[in-house]
Design a protein around this ligand. Structure first.
Ligand code: ADP
Ligand code: MG
Length: 365
């Protein structure tokens, strides 16, 4: 990890807080947080590795923000403990936890310029004005806001404000970065751009980062690992690829992408593996091929299951076409990339749907 901040180490040896710290490992040990009779977080155990970008993903009310607030020290666990770098933080107040935080609710100070916003955490830590100035200049450059130091937050776009918020979280060089729906307020294009920016900053600064979001695309794009939460508990934790390709439950399959539940179609599922008890067959829309009923068989036809159905809807989405196809009592969704020479089907068309038996997944119902 190379850090510009490190290479321009400031002469602040008398204040240990300004040495460049190793990113921390974080552990939740059976943490429960009750609000009255509601368990916002239930017996949560989770280890976050040094340098890791971990995203907590889940629907509204699943306990994501509470988990982050527990880590930040804004709420105390009802049961269990949290360790940072191996030490319990139970008795450490939030302002001593040394974490950079970008919460949706943590807006910039509206009455302070960008520079003053960035200086604030440094001032709180007792850094002298000249040192602060150097550090702020350096950070403004790193988040590409060099020209904006004198502006007030209201004179910035949403994306620029969010970059300042990130810069403010990073400027004191905390070993841990916490982000709660950091891009929630931005429009789609800007969100994508900022995702790239967050990724770049994570690579450069190498902070152990925990990000909370309900946006699956954000989670898939940014994370080393994703924790899917449901009702205060972990439903599944894995890398983005593994989570998408091998969801453990119907809930995860449906929350992360689109999923066709094949049993709903009343089909006899052909599979190469013996399904475990209590599981149902699922296939992703992009694994389903759509062909005219008269189209010649594929060379790998004996590895495929094939059913016929009727197109109910075709949704054109630029480079993709999405088909809703009625099969028996259900509608299966197929998605294909538009390619040269490909046949387009219309509502009412009979089609043949085919998929590789090895692409069928069995998930807990
Ligand atoms: P998320 O961030 O995933 O939307 P939260 O962590 O905010 O979920 O909330 C989880 C659950 O805890 C919800 O049922 C919510 O209503 C409840 N909750 C959160 N904060 C409080 C609070 N301060 N007082 C009472 N209930 C709360
Ligand atoms: Mg929340």
């Amino acid at each position: 990890m190379t850090s510009h901040l490190k290479s321009t180490r400031l002469p602040i040896a008398e204040n240990e807080a300004w040495t460049h710290r190793v990113p921390a490992q974080i552990e939740f040990c059976s943490v429960t947080k009750m609000y009255g009779s509601v368990a916002a977080v239930k017996d949560l155990s989770l280890a976050v590795r040094r340098d890791e970008f971990l995203t907590i993903l889940g629907p509204s009310g699943s306990g994501k923000t509470t988990a982050l607030m527990l880590l930040a020290g804004f709420v105390a666990p009802t049961k269990g403990d949290i360790l940072i770098a191996g030490n319990s933080v139970a008795s450490v107040p939030s302002y001593r936890r040394d974490q950079g935080i970008v919460f949706q609710s943590y807006a910039l100070f509206p009455h302070l310029s960008v520079r003053r916003n960035l200086e604030f955490p440094l001032e709180m830590r007792g850094m002298k004005a000249a040192e602060r100035a150097v550090r702020v200049d350096c950070m403004l450059e790193r988040v590409r806001l060099k020209e904006f130091g004198g502006r007030m937050p209201s004179q910035l776009s949403g994306g620029q404000q969010q970059r300042v918020a990130l810069a403010r979280a990073l400027i004191a060089d905390p070993p841990v970065l916490l982000l709660d729906e950091p891009l929630g307020a931005l429009d789609r294009n800007l969100r994508e751009q900022m995702q790239g920016e967050i990724k770049r900053l994570h690579k450069e600064f190498g902070k152990t980062t925990i990000c909370v979001t309900h946006d699956q695309e954000e989670a898939l794009t940014l994370s080393d690992r994703i924790v899917v939460m449901r009702d205060g508990q972990i439903e599944q934790i894995d890398t983005p690829e593994a989570l998408y390709d091998r969801p453990a439950s119907r809930f995860v399959a449906k929350f992360l992408g689109e999923a066709n539940m094949l049993e709903d179609a009343g089909l006899m599922i052909e599979s190469d593996t013996v399904p475990r008890n209590g599981t149902v067959a699922m296939i992703r829309p992009e694994r389903i091929c759509i062909a005219a009923p008269t189209a010649p068989k594929r060379t790998d036809a004996e590895q495929r299951q094939s059913v016929t159905g009727t197109v109910e809807d075709m949704i054109f989405a630029g480079p993709l076409r999405k088909y809703h196809v009625r099969v028996g009592s259900t509608v299966l969704i197929g998605r294909e990339h538009v390619a040269a020479g490909q046949q387009t089907f219309r509502p009412g068309d009979e089609v043949r749907l085919e998929w590789l038996r090895s692409d069928v997944r069995f998930v807990t119902a």
